[in-house]
Design a protein around this ligand. Sequence first.
Ligand SMILES: NC(=O)c1ccc[n+]([C@@H]2O[C@H](COP(=O)([O-])OP(=O)(O)OC[C@H]3O[C@@H](n4cnc5c(N)ncnc54)[C@H](OP(=O)(O)O)[C@@H]3O)[C@@H](O)[C@H]2O)c1
Length: 407
Amino acid sequence: MSSRSSTEVRRLGVALLGSTGSIGRQTVEVLEAHPDRFRVRAVATGRNASELEAQARRLRPAVVALAVEGAALDVPAGVERWHGEDALERMAVRDDVDIVVIATGGVVSLRPVLAALRAGKVVATANKETLVAGGHLVMAEARARADERAAVDARDPLATTLAWLRPIDSEHSAIWQCLVGEPRSGIARLILTASGGPFRDASAEEIAAATPEQALRHPNWSMGAKITIDSATLANKGLEVIEARWLYDVGYDAIDVVVHPQSIVHSAVLFIDGSLKAQLGTPDMRLPIQYALTHPERLPSPTTPPDLVAAARLDFRAPDETRFPALRIAREAGRLGSRASAALIAADEVAVARFLDRTLDFNGIPRLLEAAVRRFGEGGDQTPDVAALVALDREVRAAYATGPVTG
Ligand SMILES: NC(=O)c1ccc[n+]([C@@H]2O[C@H](COP(=O)([O-])OP(=O)(O)OC[C@H]3O[C@@H](n4cnc5c(N)ncnc54)[C@H](OP(=O)(O)O)[C@@H]3O)[C@@H](O)[C@H]2O)c1
């Protein structure tokens, strides 16, 4: 991280990419709750100009950026306006930025994440697509930063990969919190919990007839549309398995998924001595967002703590990969390598968009995923560079944008 004058030293400069979405808005809440800790320097979003303008008035960043070109932006005097493809990357490496929060969907943040890590910035990411498609690139950068610090002092808090690349996804935050103070050699298995989504108890026939309205009704979490549909198909859990494989350097055979309808246990780690550690909390993303920003410190938060007596019981069961094949397909893509999981990500964006605009049925989503992984994911270079990943993303989207999808 860049050095600062003594008066600024406790206030970390933050760049927030994807500020108007579900994670972005909650990140703004967390940052505003701790004005003595954070100073927002750069804020970027896709097309929501009015919310970006409101955020610029509240946060007074040095710069804002909108992805859509040409939109007029009414921001306070002194706030710079950036446009263009490289705006996110330029924000991520600013001298006045210490932490970059990634709250965009898709792979649009892959280049900014790599640039930020290379420039010695901490990256806190909710975005899973970046790791699923580019885990081999991103983790190499995070490891390099940690190794540099460890070469000077192995006890330096930044001498671990997770100090540089911090997960916000609640399951991965839970695992991270379970692993604090634990050597990697002690890990036996990672256990990711899944709510099971709105069709957890639905029959195969009901799932086949599922509408966007039904799929958007998540039982426990309030999230963006894409991830809510991914939760209904369990594709989200599949992406999280791949994300966990990269973040924690654990093989696919040692990552389990368990359906836990109450969403109180956010995930767990089994250690080699048979001890199982879990992190519990109410479903509120502000907690993992804040933890990623303040790690290793904990600060008060508005999150309601879990009440075990009120919860009374916690249920767990194995996932059903017959009704929810997307989980199996994602695991298979992960095992094939980064080309296959990048194809999966692109296919999933297309499939979810098509389901939402009713040109694909619910079961068409896993059908499209499987077809895309077979056609684009198998063989080839399974450690693609950024340019190859971007080209693959375009190719897969173009292939499935319209028309029927056969299995
Ligand atoms: N929501 C959750 O609770 C949750 C939990 C765990 C993980 N995640 C992950 O976090 C990520 C974000 O999820 P979300 O639910 O917050 O999504 P979302 O509500 O759809 O928000 C996405 C944000 O990214 C912005 N964006 C899109 N294209 C952009 C571009 N080219 N440049 C800059 N910003 C761009 C959008 O801007 P506009 O709206 O202005 O177009 C919006 O602010 C996803 O990877 C998701 O899987 C989310």
